[in-house]
Write a protein that binds this ligand. Structure first.
Ligand code: NAP
Length: 528
């Protein structure tokens, strides 16, 4: 697979631009070939014009046709896994096993969406038949369902070069819902983005889809991404990344003459509350689980547990001392990019300089672009008085918050910002008296875990990977799992239409065999 370093505009490529950048091997700091050329304003015009032309064609594709496309894309990615993994390892310093498992997850994700749209029930078809004789006014026939929304701009995150990138969850769900996609490649992994982008284009061609179904734009800065979000032909945005980046795009979209939705999945501190009984019941298991969850991938997961909340007791202090020892033995490792590494070092330096914060554990001394874990501890009173302590430090850093009692623990829970996850470790007996804690956490997080660990997000029908701001821009949705489809669809109601002019999903005979709500009854039966 050859890398040309040019943006992909439908079936063509962009012209060579004046600005170029290289991927950097985070382990060595060396540039990787080839040079990538930043897209230009004219390329945004071409990509969006092609996408707008493709949108009605994709919107008319049946679930079965879209399913064939998604499965074909998954097969192509799987067939090219060795080359994709090799480039991803160079660009991200992620190990081979992680890259391979993420490729597998990306293919499984595409196939899961295929199965969902082949079944078709996701369109949520609802039919209210006419009652011409209703008094005082006749009731008209009205029928509604979800429809494709139009061209979707997708921004991938640095820490998932496959599953949250060019053919990741946002792209898969946008395609599944019947929309063209324009991806702004993450500049930390342009090579792997280009390789996957080429496979998407090949699949578009092989399936006979219009060329505007997919484009991929490179840029080392923000101009192209921002132009995409502002562009009148773009109808929705999917973003995964930092709270700062997500908020900037939300503000841009809201300032358009015609605001569009931005589905931004952002950072999170993923608090883990450990109740006293849990230590007595499973202390060693909790230490091992916390160690694995906080250190996986050099802490570079959006679900990394960044806050550990517990009450002081000899038991808890003993187990935490064990954890600190394990963390202290970790050697330094490169992060995903030199920029992320610099941000981590600056954030941990600032935290260590704050009054009321003590070092809890530190790994080996970092050198030459690598980092080791930097954990801190504080008392609950200090945490409650300092808003910034509830913010994410992206990387291997967590804050241990010691509470005096149950009331202080609840106060910490109430102080949290919106998050992707919140976890409680407790015995079943003590959990029974903690309704207030569970209610508080369920109001703050998209996923709440009992005696588990938040890293490892299952791609499934029931998954919720989202949460109140700043975890996401819209707590009503998820960016992982089949529920994410609805982000890139909009509701349309047909009133008084002749049967033959309705979409198949809403016709009397129910030719697609969908589960529909007909006059208040959920059924696969035709309308009589
Ligand atoms: P990022 O720096 O926000 O970058 C994401 C993408 O958005 C990049 O293409 C970036 O371009 C672009 N971008 C950032 N700010 C922008 C702005 N103001 N205008 C236009 N484009 C902008 O995030 P990251 O480094 O890739 O990822 C790390 C963060 O993502 C962490 O906070 C992590 O927790 C979060 N994350 C969340 C999830 C989730 O599902 N919720 C999953 C993975 C990661 P540049 O690189 O050129 O700035």
């Amino acid at each position: 697979m050859q890398l040309a370093g040019l943006s992909l505009l439908g079936f063509g490529t962009a012209a060579v631009g004046a600005e170029e950048f290289h991927a950097v091997d985070p382990a060595t700091g060396n540039d990787l070939e080839p040079a990538f050329h930043s897209a230009q304003a004219a390329d945004v015009e071409t990509a969006t014009r092609l996408a707008a032309a493709a949108a009605p064609v994709l919107g008319r594709k049946t679930g079965a046709e879209r399913g064939i496309f998604l499965r074909a894309l998954a097969d192509r990615i799987a067939a090219n896994a060795p080359a994709l993994s090799a480039r991803a390892q160079q660009e991200t310093a992620l190990p081979a096993a992680r890259c391979e498992s993420e490729i597998g997850r990306t293919c499984q994700q595409l196939r899961l969406f295929a199965a969902e749209i082949e079944r078709g029930d996701w369109v949520d078809a609802r039919i209210e038949t006419a009652q011409p004789d209703r008094k005082p006014l006749p009731k008209p026939d009205h029928r509604s369902m979800l429809q494709s929304i139009g061209p979707v701009a997708v921004f991938g995150a640095s820490n998932f070069p496959f599953a949250f990138s060019v053919a990741g969850g946002d792209t898969a769900s946008a395609f599944a819902a019947g929309n063209p996609v324009i991806v702004k490649a993450h500049p930390a992994h342009p090579g792997v983005s280009a390789l996957v982008g080429r496979l998407v284009v090949d699949t578009v061609r092989a399936c006979g889809w219009p060329e505007g179904s997919f484009s991929l734009l490179f840029d080392s800065g923000h101009a192209i991404g921002q132009a995409l979000v502002r562009h009148p032909l773009v109808r929705a945005v999917g973003f995964t990344g930092s709270a700062r980046g997500g908020r900037a795009l939300m503000d841009l979209a809201a300032a358009r003459p015609d605001p569009i939705p931005v589905f931004a999945e952002m950072g999170s501190i993923n608090p883990v509350f450990i109740l006293p009984g849990a230590w007595a019941e499973r202390g060693n298991t909790i230490v091992d689980g916390l160690y694995a969850s906080t250190t996986a991938g050099v802490g570079q997961f959006c679900t990394n547990p960044g806050l550990i909340v517990l009450e002081r007791s000899p038991n808890a202090e003993g187990f935490l001392a064990q954890l600190a020892k394990k963390i202290g033995a970790i050697s330094a490792a490169p992060m995903l990019s030199r920029g992320i590494c610099a941000s981590f070092l600056a954030a941990t330096k600032a935290r260590s300089a704050e009054g009321g914060i003590r070092s809890f554990a530190a790994g080996a001394s970092p050198a030459g672009g690598t980092v080791a874990p930097q954990w801190f501890e504080s008392d609950a009173a200090h945490f409650l008085a300092n808003e910034t302590l509830a913010e994410e430090i992206f990387g291997p850093s967590s804050l241990v918050v010691w509470c005096r009692d149950r009331a202080e623990r609840l106060a910490v829970a109430r102080r949290l910002h919106g998050g992707l996850t919140a976890t409680v470790h407790a015995t079943v007996a003590e959990a029974a008296g903690e309704e207030e804690l569970f209610e508080t956490l369920a109001a703050k997080a998209g996923r709440i875990l009992f005696n588990g660990f938040p890293t490892g997000v299952e791609v499934s029908a029931a998954m919720v990977h989202g949460g109140p701001f700043p975890a996401s821009s819209d707590a009503r949705t998820t960016s992982v799992g089949t529920r994410s489809l609805v982000r890139f669809a909009r509701l349309v109601c047909w009133q008084g239409f002749p049967n033959a002019l309705l979409p198949a999903a809403l016709q009397d005979a129910n030719p697609l065999g969908l589960l529909r709500q007909v006059d208040g009854v959920v059924t696969r039966d035709p309308v009589h």
